[in-house]
Design a binder for this molecule. Structure first.
Ligand code: AMP
Ligand code: MG
Length: 488
């Protein structure tokens, strides 16, 4: 186990040429204090969880002190924001403190969000507010527990610094972790300036470290692009299946490793609505829930364009055509598991798609509906009143239940076994906006207990946790009009 001073840094990104990053130290903040610490993430870097009790911990993860071995940089990138190319973005308020190797060969970025201005801050203050930092901290771990590829979060630090958004707010910093924070936009920034040498340098760097199995491929850059396509397709399927809307799928928020990256105005689906727009700033619904798979494709086309100097155009076109089949295959396997089917038969695709349509008509709570569907009794004379009742508004529901019941009887599994398997993929608990909001409002009054409680519930989303049952409730009336915007 390592202490804060003995972490094994191996700063590969900082070692890239100057043009890829700016060397910058975080700006000191007044009186930082630790709000939340995630021992599971600490394990990833072999950090002794006892270290969180030291007063220096908050100083290090506020950026007031530099961890020995850290070599802080802001990463350069560009990106397509809401469909428009913005030539220079970059880490405007996040600072890569360094990369830590663990004893089993993994390597993790320590990425401090809210660490002060950098060369890429444009008009921004380089800071993050408490509410958005809490949301990012909780959601990374919630998604990880839901088996969705994502960045993680090590800790949340508060400060006495005031930050101005629509009004004055409390400033905070979240330290997130991922094997890499390279984005689609990290390639775009060089490609759009015609800096093809830099595109190649970055591609070689990323392939060498994160896709080493492709180094010896006949066409490594093409193989790399194909793998990003398949990872992104799978990520989109995960989001759709779990009912997660990201909210800001700009290419600068698209991870080259296929991770959920940059938690802003995200939302989990409650009353099912395929056109759900979680981001109040998204006027046209570009990033609406049901648009995500299509936008994933669009973003991959941007990446393909950025890699054009390395990949033959016909190869790139053929590669991107693998996106839809990869998405469909993953989506089908996730949805088959959600409705509890082990074998596959003609008509299964239509079976789960019809259920989605029924949920949309009935506007039923997405998470809770799949969870109770696990209780379905497939014997021919079973009534399943409770489960049917919730879809009663949908005219075709009876026909669907008859079809589902007959289909389940073709499976060899018992209802009890099926229920158990379904409970492993249909969560009882997700980070509903109002749950985050309650934790945020308490935290703004310096009561941080709810962050801890919520985190402990979300770390075991598939367990019933009867004493925590109220965390599975749909949004109460007061929370129905909650808005989340890009402001963070
Ligand atoms: P986001 O919408 O959070 O993905 O941010 C888009 C871009 O704006 C990124 O380059 C961020 O680093 C930058 N940015 C967002 N908020 C701030 C801020 N308060 N100060 C400086 N840069 C920011
Ligand atoms: Mg971003």
């Amino acid at each position: 186990m390592k202490t804060l001073e003995t972490l094994s840094f191996d700063n590969t990104y900082a070692a890239l040429p100057e043009t890829f990053r700016q060397r910058v130290s975080p700006t000191v903040v007044p009186s930082p204090y630790l709000i939340a610490f995630n021992a599971d993430a600490a394990k990833l870097i072999d950090l002794d969880p006892e270290e969180a009790k030291r007063p220096e911990f908050a100083e290090y993860f506020a950026g007031n002190k530099l961890l020995p071995g850290s070599d802080p940089v802001a990463m350069k990138y560009a990106g397509h924001q809401f469909g428009h190319y913005v030539p220079q973005l970059g880490d405007g308020r996040a600072i890569l403190l360094g990369e830590v190797r663990n004893s089993i060969g993994g390597k993790w970025d320590l990425h401090l969000k809210g660490g002060g201005q950098t060369a890429f801050s444009r008009m921004g203050d380089g800071r993050a507010v408490l509410r958005s930092s809490i949301r990012e901290y909780l959601c990374g771990e919630a998604m990880h527990a839901l088996n969705v590829p994502t960045t993680r979060a090590l800790c949340l630090v508060g400060t006495d610094m005031e930050v101005y958004r629509e009004h004055q707010e409390t400033g905070a910093l979240v330290t997130r972790m991922a094997p890499s924070h390279v984005r689609f936009g990290s390639f775009e920034v060089f490609a759009h300036r015609g800096q093809t040498d830099e595109v190649k340098t970055l591609a070689d760097y990323v392939i060498g470290l994160y896709f080493p199995h492709l180094v010896a491929a006949e066409k490594p850059y093409l193989a790399f692009y194909r793998e990003v396509i398949s990872r992104t397709a799978e990520l989109m399927a995960h989001w759709q299946a779990i009912g997660f809307a990201h909210g800001v799928m700009n290419t600068d928020n698209m991870s080259i490793l296929g991770l959920t990256l940059d938690y802003g105005p995200f939302g989990f689906m409650e009353d099912f609505d395929p056109g759900f727009i979680c981001n109040h700033s998204d006027d046209t619904g570009r990033y609406a829930f049901d648009q995500q798979p299509r936008i994933g494709y669009w973003n991959l086309a941007c990446l393909g364009y950025a890699l054009m100097s390395l990949i033959d155009a016909d190869d790139a076109r053929a590669a991107i055509e693998t996106y839809a089949p990869a998405f469909n295959a993953k989506m089908n396997s996730l949805m088959m598991a959600k409705i509890g089917l082990q074998t596959s038969c003609d008509g299964d695709l239509k079976l789960w798609q019809d259920l989605i349509d029924l949920l949309a008509v009935a506007k039923t709570d997405y998470t809770n509906y799949f969870r109770i569907l696990g209780n379905f009794d497939s014997s021919p004379d079973a009534r399943n009143d409770g489960i049917r009742q919730r879809l009663k508004l949908a005219p075709m529901a009876d026909e669907w239940f008859n079809r589902y019941s007959a289909r389940l009887r073709e499976e060899s599994r018992t209802d009890a076994d099926r229920r158990e398997a379904m409970n492993q993929v249909n969560p009882r608990y997700v980070l509903r906006n109002y749950l985050a909001q309650v934790a945020i409002e308490k935290a703004e009054r310096k009561d941080f207990g709810e962050i801890e409680r919520l985190m402990s519930v979300l770390k075991h989303p598939f367990d019933d946790q009867p004493e925590m049952a109220h965390y599975a409730n749909p949004a109460p009336a007061w929370a129905r009009g909650l808005h989340v915007s890009c402001s963070s």
